[in-house]
Design a protein around this ligand. Structure first.
Ligand code: XUL
Length: 538
């Protein structure tokens, strides 16, 4: 490496509620972190928590302009915090499954970004759809059914793409546009995931989708790393000409560590990067958090964000009807298994407010007033239609006699929501064959990872040691580490080269008597979940 050059690496994370930027040095130490909070700083878009919830209760979108404005804003902050001319490479991630539709004019507009103006102004007219469907969307039931039917069933689709059909996945979303907004589909020159949209802006030209996040589309042949012809055909009603058009719109999936281009003149002139700064393919936020937490074989990572996710590495490709298998973003040839629960932070927050707790510590103390197992009370809390299990937006509370009750006292309610979320993770991990003895490690990231009450409940419910990472922004850190690796250490193993970033703190160990309580409680939870599903699935 040339000593005269800067030695910084930038990771971005465009998530549901925030855009974050994190800079590391060559020793993998964090040098700066900046955030744009959509609710606080971009309130003029009139959204709640960064998303537009449509009246049907199923459709969730984001105006692309919000992301453009957030990008400009973040770079303004970063330029005041670090010397961006020392950044050798940028990578990062974004919320998974969000689908961006570019117009015919996009290519030329991207090539001619004028550093005197904002991205929003430069990219007027660059999108065929001003709103992008995002991961919270559940409006594609018809398309999911059709897709599975046309591929030969849910199992067959899961075998090919790593997941059965999911509402939020881009394949069903593109199919919905093809079937219901054909005019817009025809005016679409290119389709990006949010994770390929960001580097497209950075490079000023279309950038391909990485093989990791492409696994969140229901069209990737995960084993072979290319689009699956049958899935693409199913999306366009098996029309040969439309198939060709679709292929043109989606580009080709590229390996996760691909250098996709150099940062464009817009960012050089406006924010002070140099022309040698390289852009490495972005990936999905969960894949990036997995990279940022340096999750080893046998360990599990839990990300507590707007959605809660459980992530672990899988050496073999054994997809099932629950959960997802993606290409491992940092270990070529391996896979990353994931469970995604839609009702994470916003549900915890809603319950926190409903019991009158102002701060998380206060909420945690309230929950800890009740013993593990909550004296047999069990709650289920779904602010939006849940992904796992597929239950409609609703709350359900059962007392120790398994009777449905209207409400719980505040301390029972506080413990119930945390136990619910931990038991859901345990039950559905078990279904993927993941069961812990108390020697196992769980690494926690995301906003709620700083909440001590959650640490102990997770340790006891899952029977594992719980660690937290040096930054709650593991997804952005994963971006910076991947940028560093792809730019300067691509010949070496990612984990070996990045291990200086591995700083973890042990925050909870399982207590045998509590584990016993949850071993039986999870069976009751399973039974009640079945019961709820009978009447409330969608
Ligand atoms: C994963 C998923 C969510 C988003 C949130 O499948 O839908 O975790 O990635 O950003």
């Amino acid at each position: 490496m040339d000593d005269e050059e800067g030695r910084l690496y930038l990771g971005l994370d465009l998530s549901t509620q925030k855009l974050k930027g994190l800079v590391i040095d060559d020793q993998c130490q964090i040098k700066a972190e900046c955030t744009v909070d959509f609710q606080e700083e971009l309130s003029h878009f009139g959204l709640t928590n960064g998303v537009r919830r449509h009246e049907d209760g199923h459709t969730f979108t984001v105006p692309v302009e919000l992301w453009l404005e957030a990008i400009d804003r973040l770079f303004r902050k970063l330029a005041k915090t670090v010397l961006l001319d020392e950044v050798r490479a940028v990578s990062g991630c974004a919320q998974q499954h969000g689908t961006v539709f570019w117009s015919e004019d996009a290519e030329i507009l991207l090539r001619n970004l004028n550093p005197k103006f904002t991205l929003t102004r430069c990219l007027q007219g660059a999108f065929s759809s001003s709103e992008s469907p995002i991961w919270m969307d559940s409006s594609t039931s018809e398309e999911c059914d059709l897709l599975e039917q046309r591929i030969g069933g849910a199992k067959e689709l899961a075998t090919i793409t790593g997941s059965r059909a999911y509402h939020r996945f881009s394949g069903p979303q593109i199919m919905k546009m093809f079937r219901k907004r054909k005019g817009t589909f025809d005016l679409t020159r290119r389709i990006s995931l949010v994770s390929s949209f960001v580097p497209t802006i950075l490079c000023g030209c279309f950038v391909d989708i990485d093989m990791g996040d492409a696994g969140g589309m229901n069209i990737l042949d995960v084993l072979n790393g290319r689009w699956n012809e049958a899935c693409l055909n199913a999306i366009v009603d098996r029309d040969a000409e439309e198939l060709l058009r679709l292929k043109n719109k989606i580009g080709n999936p590229v390996p996760c560590n691909t250098i996709v281009g150099k940062i464009s003149n817009y960012f050089i002139e406006r924010y002070g990067f140099t022309g040698s700064c390289q852009v490495v393919a972005f990936t999905g936020d969960n894949l990036s958090a997995f990279a940022g937490m340096l999750v080893q074989t046998g360990e599990v990572a839990v990300s507590l964000g707007t959605s809660d996710t459980v992530l672990f590495s899988a050496e073999q490709y054994l997809p099932g009807l629950e959960g997802h298998l993606f290409t491992n973003p940092v270990n070529p040839g391996g896979y990353m298994a994931m469970l995604c629960f839609k009702n994470g932070a916003l549900t915890r927050n809603r319950v926190k407010e409903s019991v009158g707790a102002e701060a998380w510590l206060e909420f945690g103390s309230l929950a800890l007033k009740m013993p593990p197992g909550n004296n047999g009370n069990l709650g289920f809390y779904f602010d939006e239609n849940e992904i796992i299990p597929r239950v409609k937006k609703s709350d359900h509370r059962f007392d120790s006699g398994r009777n449905l009750v209207e409400s719980f006292p505040p301390e029972v309610e506080a413990r119930a929501v945390l136990e619910h979320q931990c038991l859901a993770k345990r039950l559905h991990m078990e279904r993927l064959g993941k069961v812990f003895d108390n020697e196992a490690n769980l690494v926690l990231t995301g906003g709620a990872s700083e909440n001590p009450a959650i640490h102990q409940i997770l340790a006891d419910v899952l029977n594992c040691r719980v660690y937290i990472t040096q930054s709650t922004n593991a997804a952005a850190l994963g971006g910076a580490l991947r940028a560093r690796h792809a730019r300067d250490y691509a010949d070496g193993d990612f984990f070996e080269e990045s291990k200086a970033a591995l700083t973890r703190e042990l925050v909870a160990t399982p207590k045998a008597e509590n584990v016993q309580v949850y071993n039986s409680m999870v069976r009751l939870y399973e039974e009640l979940e079945e019961k709820i599903l009978e009447e409330n699935s969608y």
